[in-house]
Write a protein that binds this ligand. Structure first.
Ligand code: ZN
Length: 150
């Protein structure tokens, strides 16, 4: 498993829901964590490694690393903020993207148990970014390119 190129068509296609959390799905998840950490990422969506399934891995250093399967953002705060984001699919590019500060997410864990939780700060930004990947939207389509110093 490795990252696909920024121009791979899978990045523009909606991902399919995971029907059953099989051994294969668990292997995909552990491979995704490996690829994410190898590339110093804080979040990864399955389409970024060529797999059209609704799976996200996240580690923003706040809570333990976690997996979201078939995530749905069921509430977005009206209050938004522009953030400078990177993406493992677009090395060396930064985009400024307007995001809700606080979100409510419904998703399954790797155990198959579904839960609803709220996220804010970097975790909220990261989940919104990865959920965009699952609907085939990359940040260059919704943000503005950021030319920073260095
Ligand atoms: Zn990304």
């Amino acid at each position: 498993m490795k990252l696909v190129s920024f121009d791979d068509p899978i990045l523009t296609k909606p991902a399919m829901p995971v029907r059953r959390i099989t051994r294969e799905v668990k292997e995909i998840v552990s491979d995704m964590f490996r690829v994410m950490y190898e590339n110093n990422g804080i979040g990864l969506a399955a389409p970024q490694v060529g797999i059209g399934l609704q799976i996200i891995t996240i580690d923003v250093g706040k809570n333990d690393p976690f997996v979201l399967i078939n995530p749905k953002i069921i509430h977005l705060s009206k209050k938004t903020q522009s953030n400078i984001e990177g993406c493992l699919s677009f090395p060396n590019q930064l985009f400024s993207v307007e995001r809700s500060l606080k979100i409510t997410v419904k998703a399954k864990a790797i155990s198959g148990i579904e839960s609803t939780f709220t996220a804010e700060g970097l975790e909220s930004i990261c989940i919104q970014h990865e959920c965009d990947h699952l609907r085939g939207v990359t940040f260059d389509k919704i943000g503005t390119i950021f030319i920073g110093q260095g």
